[in-house]
Design a protein around this ligand. Structure first.
Ligand code: G1P
Ligand code: ZN
Length: 544
């Protein structure tokens, strides 16, 4: 077996976005494209000789081919050991768990998260550091700079490894270990939650749940934990087999893309509890019978009830949310007298706070919730957290959330996405808003007076790094907010996200449809930013 040095030329579009490098499969299949990026990762890492790397992905189309390239490149670049998920599969939170548990050097995760899979769809790759979390911007920017000047990469000339047999193999001087991440991950969940109480709930005749794995990576983890360890009846896990194209589904757990589950849940006779997770297993959606819990509310409810859950009984050090996430969690933090940090969008910003022990729980409005148990958001973990709360409180999901609103008040919230719009129009829309921040401050729009308007900038309190241009915020005097930002994960044109939120303390209005309660603010969000003029669109594609 021989190390080959392959001459190459740079690609100019390998800057990682909100969560790694995401492109169409066809782009990743371009000769040298993936190898250039992987070599750029290895080039910016120090002292990789003899180290251990974790590699796995969400099983989408091109996962296995990409994995073979990466493993051969790891061998040629001097890694001593790689740990690979069986079948090339690792959910994103399981990858984080493995990196931490076995104290490895880092890991490469292959995923385009909730984006569709298949030959015409999306693929992605990201690097996670030794803490198990996504590499911070300092590293992702260094990888990007390296990708702009790369001239060669190293790869072992060898046969493919066998991805489907547990145990050890050799690749040149490197050891390859095919691991079963399901048991490591399930063991960790068993440490955090009260499996006895949850088992009693799941095996009682008066409770039923459905978990929709959306033909994506969480299936095997959910089957092991919910059906095997917790004894839920078979059939509790829906679409539990990971498929390379997710069965043609869009594996994003929201009201639009998980509509089959929503249909099952939305009736007087529906199951008590419903949940879904995304392509790579880090997102979650929580439903009760005839009831949808927004991700922002879900985070707040978990924080408010954490003392009921054994793994969190010792209390929360602090909490954090991404800037566009609703302020529901702020209310809980204020009541508990703990700090609530506001970070830019993307999980990588929580890493330093978690590592420093400043926060225990964190989350994003985009169906992401997590804690200090790993350094990624974790879909199934959030579902088990809810299940543990349900097992202790013995109330319905709707009652728990309604009680929560009565105690803390409600932040009525919605996000409107305008997808695949022209990049120039999207950039121009953001530029004009940015130019108008001081002009907008103090302006009155009907009952809404702008108290503050800026382009959000974040200074990390641990390493003092600054991330600017993170979204235009309009903060109104009555506590309402409108936030505009462009997606950093899309692969087609641009996606404008508009986040709209308003506090509501009157319980009589809690039951109203948020689209109605927020109608005036939604109208303002479109007119203030001149969305139609810049994008040609008069309504959003996805509302969550
Ligand atoms: C989206 C979400 C963001 C999340 C990211 C990765 O990023 O908005 O909260 O961290 O996916 O799952 P965006 O496309 O908005 O940049
Ligand atoms: Zn994901």
């Amino acid at each position: 077996m021989k190390i080959q040095t392959v001459e190459t030329t740079p690609f100019d579009d390998q800057r990682p976005g909100t969560s790694g490098l995401r492109k169409k499969v066809k782009v990743f299949q371009t000769p040298h494209y993936l190898a250039n990026f992987v070599q750029s990762i290895f080039n910016v890492l120090a002292d990789i000789e003899g180290q251990t790397l974790v590699v796995g992905g969400d099983g989408r189309y091109f996962n296995r081919e990409a994995l073979q390239i990466i493993v051969k490149m790891a061998a040629a670049n001097g890694f001593g050991n790689v740990m690979v998920g069986l079948g090339g599969i690792l959910s994103t939170p399981a990858a984080s768990c493995i990196i931490r548990k076995y104290e490895t050097y880092g890991g490469i995760i292959l995923s385009a998260s909730h984006n569709p899979g298949g030959p015409e769809a999306d693929f992605g790759i990201k690097y996670n550091t030794a803490n198990g979390g996504p590499a911070p911007e300092k590293i992702t920017e260094a990888i990007f700079s390296n990708s702009r000047k790369i001239t060669q990469y190293r790869i072992l000339d060898s046969a493919d490894i066998d991805l489907d047999t547990l145990g050890e193999q050799r690749l040149g001087n490197m050891r390859v270990e095919i691991i079963d991440s399901v048991s490591d991950y399930a063991d960790m969940m068993e440490q955090l939650f009260d499996f006895d109480a949850m088992c009693s709930l799941l095996t009682s005749n008066s409770f039923s749940m459905r978990f929709d794995a959306m033909n994506a990576v969480t299936g095997p983890y959910a089957l092991e934990i919910l059906e095997n360890r917790l004894g839920a009846p078979s059939g509790t896990v829906l679409r539990g087999e990971p498929l390379a194209d997710f069965g043609g589904a869009h594996p994003d757990p929201n009201l639009v893309h998980a509509k089959e589950l929503v249909a099952v849940m939305m009736g007087a006779d529906g199951p008590d509890f419903g949940a879904a997770s995304d392509g790579d297993g880090d997102r979650n959606m929580i439903l009760g019978r005839d009831f949808y819990v927004t991700p922002s509310d879900s985070l707040a409810v978990l924080a408010a009830n954490a003392s009921l859950v054994s793994g969190y009984q010792q209390g929360l050090a602090g909490v954090a949310r991404s800037m566009p996430t609703s302020q529901a969690i702020d209310r809980v933090a204020a009541a508990k007298g703990i700090e609530c940090y506001e970070t830019p969008t993307g999980w990588k910003f929580f890493g330093n706070l978690l590592d420093a022990g400043k926060i225990t729980l964190c989350g994003e409005e985009s169906f992401g919730t997590g804690s200090n148990h790993v350094r990624e958001k974790d879909g199934l973990w959030a579902v088990l957290f809810w299940l543990n709360i349900l097992a202790v409180r013995k109330q319905s999901v709707a009652d728990i959330v309604n009680d929560h609103w009565k105690q803390y008040g409600r932040d009525v919230y919605t996000r409107h996405d305008y997808e695949a719009i022209a990049t120039e129009g999207a950039n121009a829309l953001m530029d004009q808003l940015r130019a108008r921040t001081s002009e907008l401050t103090d302006q009155r729009f009907g009952d809404y007076i702008v108290a503050h308007c800026d382009d959000f900038s974040y200074t990390d309190s641990i390493d003092n790094s600054v991330s600017s241009k993170q979204g235009i915020r309009l903060l109104f005097k009555n506590g309402a907010r409108i936030v505009y930002r462009l997606s950093g994960t899309g692969t087609e044109g641009a996606t404008l996200r508009v986040y709209i939120e308003q506090p509501e303390n009157d319980p009589a209005k809690f039951a109203q449809d948020p689209q109605q309660s927020l109608a005036e603010l939604i109208g303002l969000s479109a007119s203030i930013a001149k969305i139609k003029d810049y994008t040609g669109r008069s309504r959003p594609d996805v509302i969550t």
